[in-house]
Design a protein around this ligand. Sequence first.
Ligand code: GLA
Length: 405
Amino acid sequence: MLDQLSKLWNTAFGSLPPEVIVRAPGRVNIIGEHTDYNEGWVMPGAMSRSLYILVSKAQLPNPLRRGSSSPESISPPFPPKGGKSSHHWIAADLNEELQFDHLENIPLTQSIWAKYILGALHVYENDLGPLHIMIGGDLPIGAGVSSSSSLVGGLLLALQRLTGDQKTKQELAQLSSRVEREIIGLQGGIMDQYAIMLSEAEKVMMLDCRKKTFEFISASIPGTQWVLLNTKVKHQLIDSDYNQRAAQCKQAVEIIQKQFSGVKSLRDADEDMLLKSNLPEVLYRRSHFVIEENRRVHEMKAALENKDAIKAGHLLQASHYGLQYHYEVSCDELNHLANLANQTDGVYGGRMMGGGFGGCVICLVADEAMVAFEKKAMDSYQKQFGFEPEVIHFSLSRGAEVIGP
Ligand code: GLA
């Protein structure tokens, strides 16, 4: 993977290797969905599938490769900019590239990835001038494994290396989350950014999103495996639906506060408070889900520590039920796969993972049931939707790291 990117780099930017190469993983989440922006608890980890981000300062005239053997996969070739150094960003997996002199001139019409890069440069504030950036890897995009936070977090780490700044990984995670909120306009929490920057291999992180403290726990239960089933769909309006949920939680808190002034976020609320606050029905369901999901994170911690696959499976099932009916962030494709998981012998449980409206289902499966379950999921999903889901096996990896040159 990296070899291929290095070759592309040579073709695009000449024989000087990148000044820094970062590996930034994707994010999985065992449980604790839509709890992070309610200052609750989550249990994410970094997955082995990653983005690679290669970066150099573009101090020299860009030795562009017009007429040279430019790779088929990258098009169209851009003409040299008259000897001036310029920004030149390439998203290898998407066959897209952008080249421009100044950040203000960046054509952002379709390239959401470029908007994230721009966001990272904006919040980092230490201007390095024009940059050559190449991104690529084996992280699925739009699959709910937070490839966007992986890109932003990885790039911030690369910028830190290039500038010699001494920010901690926690500071970089906070900067990364500002990109989502301030530049992209998604009122997200801190789960993805913390997991991507700070995770440890073979562990998940139990993160307290208010205190911003975390501990690592093992998610492995002997005789079982975690697996993702990617629906390969991403429904429209994800951002506005997501922001609407965040706004509803805020509204609920405002109502609860009238009687219970100590409640600063849904983390502080309980069922009794919800009932006494006479919340409108929708706000009641949203808040109730968050309270239960926070509780499930703690119960999952105990289940993992006790290596109790049955309990862990029940928690996954209950989480999916709440996400589907009470928080209403699921979709037909996710429900199909989660329901299949929850009805298949040897599968302890499954639930949609991440923001929702598409992306992946995460399942806990007995080793001996895995092959049959995969086949069943493929066949039944194909029959229902006309295409196959992607099965993603993963291991839990370290957070973003500088790996070269
Ligand atoms: C997205 C957001 C996260 C979190 C999840 C839902 O991945 O980026 O902050 O809110 O959705 O749990």
